[in-house]
Ligand binder design. Structure first.
Ligand code: CA
Length: 232
């Protein structure tokens, strides 16, 4: 029943094998590429639904692969990087990747990332981006009215908190980097902006997550950025 087609781009055999075994066991279809050139070719000829992309490839930087693919496709890209490549991961997200996994990762982590991405794909098909009202769990953002509601009660947000909420909700399911967010909110990304962002995010979160201990709308990715989660 699950027939999502995944392109695995990974030159490390054991890691590739782990991914293949996992995908097979969960009824995904898959394609593989061991280098960047094949990855771009496979992506263009087979239109995969999701790409798992290792950043350290033998022939080309994984970030270049993202840039190339982004010239014609919005296919979700989940990058895979080693812990030592933290900056690469941020750069990859800024280049248009949707999410990341850090090596070594567990099978559960891989499956969780795929589920988040599939949910986002499914939602983007039923909910066109142009929709003026965004609903996620008990949160509602009415873009045309410029208001946000939680459990039908209007949220009292500062202009920056509201801008942040709009940016996160319009990119629900996607990890947004500090640079991406600050560029969008302030038009630049200085160290100060990242510090302010942390403060605004904390206040926004307090307003958003005050009643519900169990519901977490915004995920923090330490050293990377933030993501709004799609609530079931
Ligand atoms: Ca590699």
């Amino acid at each position: 029943m699950n027939k999502t087609l995944i392109l695995i781009v990974e030159d490390d055999r054991p890691v590739q094998n782990l991914m293949i075994t996992t995908l097979k066991a969960h009824d995904y279809r898959y394609l593989t590429a061991m280098n960047a050139e094949t990855a771009v070719l496979e992506a263009s000829s087979h239109n995969p639904d999701i790409i798992l992309l290792d950043l350290g490839l033998p022939d080309m930087d994984g970030i270049e692969v993202i840039r190339k693919i982004r010239t014609w496709s919005n296919v979700p890209i989940i990058v895979i990087s080693a812990r030592s490549e933290d900056m690469d991961k941020v750069e990859a997200l800024d280049a248009g990747a949707d999410d990341y996994l850090t090596k070594p990762f567990s099978v559960e982590e891989l499956l969780a990332r795929l589920r988040v991405t599939e949910r986002r794909l499914a939602m983007s098909q039923v909910e066109p981006m142009a929709s003026s009202v965004f609903v996620n769990g008990k949160l509602k953002v009415d873009y045309s009215a410029g208001c946000a509601y939680l459990e039908d009660e209007e949220l009292h947000l500062t202009p920056i908190e509201y801008k942040l909420l709009c940016l996160l909700s319009k990119n629900v399911g996607k990890v947004l980097t500090h640079t991406f967010i600050t560029q969008n909110i302030w038009g630049h990304s200085w160290d100060n902006d990242v510090a302010s962002l942390r403060v605004f995010m904390a206040t926004l979160r307090r307003k958003l997550e005050k009643n519900s201990e169990s519901v977490q709308y915004i995920q923090t990715h330490v050293g990377v950025g933030y993501r709004m989660m799609r609530i079931e």
